[in-house]
Design a protein around this ligand. Structure first.
Ligand code: NAG
Length: 211
């Protein structure tokens, strides 16, 4: 009978599938263990991720706010000197700009997490510069990851002019402005942004309902 003839092949295929499944399970298990490993070895690491963290991150709601467009003229050197902690602190609402939503679950807001991070880096930079300290600041190091991705996320496509140096051509009397450097400071350039004041107003209003 043909069915009987095929039986060994069927068993062989089933055995093969079981082997493949077992291999994949072992592989997945070891991957999960590797993901968990840093959390177990160093509970305070800013890079440690637990399965609970991953599950929580997947269920985060959206801030119920439609942010309007706004223009920000970039200006350097007038305010927010790195040696002025109180000016940097004024950029962040109380409670590091956190909000409570729904049943009272608390969330950080991306923009304020980034501002806080920049302030952490600023403080570490000034401390290292002024004391010559070479001590690791793991929080400041982790902040580069947050800010790096925030910059990519925002994808600001404002064009910043190259540096030019104008001079009068002696022979023709024309003013010529050749590009002397592709690197410009971007000072006084208008950027198309989102209304950060509107976000602050939302956060402050939200915090009024905290008890
Ligand atoms: C910050 O302040 C210091 C001390 O007043 C000053 O020397 C420095 O030039 C300022 N930095 C900037 C970027 O304006």
């Amino acid at each position: 009978m043909s069915t009987a003839n095929h039986r060994p092949i069927v068993y062989f295929v089933i055995a093969g599938l079981l082997c493949a499944s077992l291999t994949l399970n072992v592989f997945t298990y070891s991957r999960i263990r590797r993901l968990q490993a840093p959390a177990q070895s160093n509970a305070h690491s800013y890079y440690s991720v637990t399965p609970a963290d991953i599950a929580l991150a997947a269920t985060v709601p959206q801030l119920p706010l439609t942010v309007q467009p706004a223009t920000l003229k970039f200006v350097f050197g007038e305010h927010y000197n790195i040696t002025k902690p109180e000016e940097w602190a004024s950029l962040i609402p109380p409670h590091d700009g956190r909000v409570r939503l729904g049943e009272g679950a608390e969330f950080g807001v991306g923009m304020y997490q980034d501002m806080r991070c920049l302030d952490v880096i600023r403080a570490a930079f000034v401390r290292m510069r002024d004391t010559g300290s070479t001590e690791r600041d793991e929080r400041a190091e982790a902040c580069f990851g947050h800010i790096r991705q925030a910059i990519a996320c925002t994808a600001d496509i404002t064009l910043e002019p190259a540096k030019v140096k104008c001079s009068k051509d002696e022979e023709t009397g024309k003013v010529v402005c050749p590009v002397i450097s592709a690197v410009a400071t971007g000072n006084r350039v208008d950027h198309r942004c989102r209304d950060w004041n509107q976000v602050r107003a939302f956060v402050e209003e939200n915090q009024k309902s905290w008890v």
